[in-house]
Each structure stands twice: as C-alpha cells, then as structure tokens.
Design a protein around this ligand. Structure first.
Ligand code: XMP
Length: 506
C-alpha cells in the first residue's frame, strides 16, 4: 500500500493510476489530512501543486513522521517542498519551465535510474527551482536548464524529482516509479484484478452477512460490475432493479435485461417510460429536465424498494474519482455531506450504503469485470448519460421525438460497429435539433427534422476532441438515416471540441 499526499496538482490522479498499473495499491489523501497511522503504508509519494513553496497559502505539512522513516518520492512541488523543509532553498527561476526536457546528466550506478538512459525525455512544469539541495543531498540528474532535476538524501530512502514521471511525455516515467517502488521501497506487486475480486468478495460477505441489498442497475459498466461482485458475495440476497425511463437507446432495455438474467442476477425490470414522459411534459429547460428525471427515478425506485421487505443496504457503483477528497487551490477544501433532512428522504436513502468499487478507477473497473467473465461488449460500452436521450432531444420531449432519435442513434451506433470504429471512439450519439429544414424527396418538398451526429475522443470526459470519422462512413450513415427514418431530412456532423463546447448539447 502506497500513500500519495496530494498538494492539488492536476496530475495527482495520474500518479495513482500509474502506480496501480504496476499492480501496487495506493490511496490519495489531501496534504492537510494525513492518515494518523502510517503503518499500512510501505512508501509515500508527494504530488505536484499549483502553489509556490514561497507563497503565503502554500501547503507546508509536517514531514517529520515520513522523511527518513518511510521510503519517500517527492515530485515537482513535492521535491521543492522537501528541499525547503529539509534546509535547502527554492527560488523563482528566470524562465518558467514548461514542457519537454532531456536529462542531460544522470549519476551512474543509481538504482533509482536503473534502465533509464541519458537524454531521456521528461516533462517539466514549474516556475520555481531548487537552488540549494538539503543537507546530505546528492544530485542525481540535471537538464540543460535545471541543475537539480533529481536528488536523494544520503542515508535515507528519500528521492525527489523536479519533473513529472506520471505523464506520458516522460518516456521512462513508469520505469522510474518501478525503480522506486519495487527496487528501492520493495512494495509487493500484489494488486491484481483477481486479488481484488477475492478480497472484496470476502469483505462483502463479512460486512453484509445475512443482510439484504437493493441495487439500481443502469446498463452501464460500474453498476454491472458492482452487482456481479455483490452477487458473488451474497447471491440471492441481492435484489437488482433496472428501470426503463423510456429514454434509453433502441431495444436497450430488453436486451440488457436479458443479459443481466443470463449473468445470474436477481433483477427486476421496471418499465416506467410513461411516468417519465409525463414528468417531462412541456419541459424544455435542460436543468429542469434533469431534475424531473432524477425525481421520477427516485419515486420509481422507492416504490420498488418498498415492495421488498427486510432490506438493510443500498448498493452503489460509485468509483474512486467521485470519492477522492480534492485539494482546492483556494485553500483546503472541506466536503460537507449534510443529510439534515433525513426525515424527508425516500426510504431507500436511509439504508446503509455499500460501494464495492469506491477505490477503483474506471479502467480498473473494466479489468475487474473482465476477470469475472463479464461480456467484453458490455464492458466496452460507451458512457451514456443518466438522463439519456432527454438531453439529446433539444427542447421538449414527446414519444414521437424519442422514437425518431432512437432510430437515428441505432443507425449511427450500428454503423460505427460495422465499420470497426466503435472501439476507437470514446462516446458517440445523435442529437435531435429543434429546427425543421427544407428538403426534396422525389417531386415533393419536405419540411422535416435535422439531426446532428457527435463522436468524441476523451479519457475522462473532462476534455474531448471530435473524431475525424471517414467521409465514406458519414456518407453511408447519412444516407441510411435520411432514407429510413421518417421525419428526418438532414444530417450534420458536430466538429466542436470540449472546451469550449461540451460533449452533450444540453
Ligand atoms: P458534457 O456534456 O458535460 O459531458 O461535456 C461530459 C460527460 O458527462 C455525461 N453527462 C451526464 N451524465 N448525467 C449523467 O449521468 C447528466 O446529466 C450528464 N450530462 C452529461 C456526458 O454524456 C459525457 O460523457
């Protein structure tokens, strides 16, 4: 187990992912909330930060319980703070160093740089520089502009680097992390999907005992993997509810429900399409649509949960990025979870919560799913928003508009699969625009709907680029849509990136 102390860098989660790629478990904790006992941790990593060590509000935690007592790797701001904390000095550099650099000098014979050649590329992002190493500091590497690009402290397993090993542009970043964690700190590489499944199932059995769990399935990867883990642990005491809000993809409800049953899940499909349509009637504002859908879901789920007796737990597919307490750049952030109004909550929300995936990143959820034999097609699914097609039908929602968009979307998605493009795209879908356009079909003038197609590349949905789909593909899909979907006479392709656009249109 490795502790990552977060100073607020945008790359902290990336450090954690790289560490876990080495099959080593790690946890991110904010610098102002260091775990009381460090016994479970075999090594500590200090992250980067947008702060300057010399700034007034800069994070200055007490490292005396860590330095010299645990193997320590300090990255970027961490390296500067370690120097500052240990009697070295940090000064503003004349130029802001941002981007690629080469390690022009690497000290020979250091395990830390094992299998890493001189002139390897590293990624720099800092405006201060370490002018003086701490007492007993040994310089390990330099670039042309940065004299102290890496150092260690003699007599300790304490290492520091000014560059970022976690970003892709640092060619030997993963090797460096491996050298530190495996060769120096001797952390065992036992964090594998199989080990996770074994320990999680055992823990869930212990935690839940004979209790009953209710869980809402969405058809997405997270809720499915959470359900299969719970099913392994408690079998028939897991009650799954899969709600059709009428805003899913074409045939999705039936086919996914079928898949769930094939996986041995105890699942009840609830078709509440009418109820959702009713809740959305005449609603065109995007946020109010989301609220209406959220409320309708809670009502439907609560009705269903009430029909079960003796349920103690609510299962959820929450994953690690939603759990990590973030470090705010404007000072330590405090997450307040207030359930002041417990009396007013639906009954199922008063249940104890069990979240088997709360320490996993998305790619790990997929690996765990694969380990448990979940169908590759289900695991490789594009993300799909909770409010579904409601936020892809701009303006108000009617059953007819849903039908049109389901047809269009199905042609687009099936086309992507047929052309082997589906797995190269992070997310794709169609949007029904609230305008009519003039067209001709045969001798007749038409005045019908316009649809937009959207396909993006992304890693986490925070930023996204539109995908350069082949013209021949777009041509085929456009022809199919206009010829087969009654009510649509024009297709456009969205070529906006996020930012400044967003992935969805609403
Ligand atoms: P945007 O449009 O903000 O979308 O660039 C980023 C990602 O979030 C999804 N999304 C949602 N997911 N409920 C959800 O569960 C929502 O209200 C919602 N809005 C956007 C979107 O599909 C994309 O993956």
């Amino acid at each position: 187990n490795v502790l990552i102390l977060d100073f607020g860098s945008q790359y902290t989660q990336l450090i954690a992912r790289r560490v876990r790629e080495l099959n080593i478990y790690c946890e991110i904790h904010p610098y102002h909330n260091i775990p009381e006992s460090l016994d479970p941790f075999k090594a500590v990593i200090l992250s980067g930060s947008p702060f300057s060590v010399r700034g007034e509000d800069a994070p200055h935690p007490d490292l005396s319980q860590i330095r010299g007592k645990k193997p320590l790797l300090a990255v970027c701001y961490g390296a500067q703070y370690l120097a500052h904390f240990s009697g070295g000095s940090v000064e503003p550099s004349n130029i802001r160093e941002y981007g690629r650099a080469k390690l022009s000098m690497i000290k020979a014979g250091e395990v830390f740089f094992k299998d890493i050649p001189e002139n390897t590329n590293v990624w720099m992002s800092h405006s201060d520089t370490i002018a003086e190493l701490p007492k007993n500091g040994v310089r390990l590497a330099s670039t042309v502009d940065v004299l102290n690009a890496a150092y260690r402290i003699e007599g300790e397993e304490t290492y520091a680097i000014q560059f970022h090993p976690e970003v892709y542009h640092t060619t030997h970043g993963k090797q460096l992390l491996e050298n530190f964690l495996v060769n120096i700190a001797e952390v065992p590489q036992t964090w594998t999907p199989a080990a996770f499944v074994d320990t999680t199932v055992a823990t869930l059995k212990e935690q839940i005992g004979d209790g009953k769990v209710v869980l809402g399935l969405s058809g997405g990867v997270d809720s499915t993997v959470a359900a299969i883990l719970l099913n392994k642990a408690i079998g028939g005491n897991l009650y799954c509810i899969f709600v059709n809000n009428g805003l899913l993809r074409k045939n999705e409800f039936e086919s996914v429900l079928h898949q769930y049953k094939d996986m041995g899940l105890n699942v009840k499909g609830v078709d509440a399409s009418e109820r959702f349509l009713e809740a959305l009637r005449n609603e065109s504002d995007p946020e109010r649509k989301r609220k209406a859908i959220g409320n309708a879901f809670i009502e439907v789920f609560d009705d269903e949960a009430h029909q079960l007796t003796g349920v103690d737990w609510l299962g959820q597919g929450t994953i690690y990025p939603d759990v990590i307490e973030s470090v705010s750049v404007n000072g330590p952030s405090v997450t307040i979870k207030s359930h002041h109004n417990v009396g007013g909550l639906p009954d199922f929300m008063k249940l104890k919560v069990v979240e088997p995936l709360r320490m996993l990143f998305k790619d790990e959820v997929r690996r765990v799913g694969k380990e448990m034999g979940i169908d590759a097609e289900l695991l490789g699914r594009h993300p799909f928003p909770g409010p579904g097609l409601a936020i892809r039908i701009l303006g108000d929602i009617t059953a007819e508009k849903v039908r049109i968009l389901q047809e269009v979307d199905a042609i687009f998605i099936n086309g992507l699969k047929k052309w082997d493009l589906y797995d190269q795209v992070w997310q794709a879908g169609a949007i029904l625009l609230p305008v009519n356009s003039v067209g001709v079909m045969g001798d007749e003038r038409t005045y019908e709907k316009v649809v937009a197609l959207r396909a993006v590349q992304s890693t986490d949905g925070m930023t996204a680029d539109w995908v350069n789909l082949p013209y021949e593909f777009l041509q085929e899909v456009s022809n199919h849509i206009i010829n087969r979907v009654k009510g649509v006479n024009r297709v456009v392709y969205d070529i906006s990136s996020k930012p400044p656009a967003t992935i969805e249109w609403e």
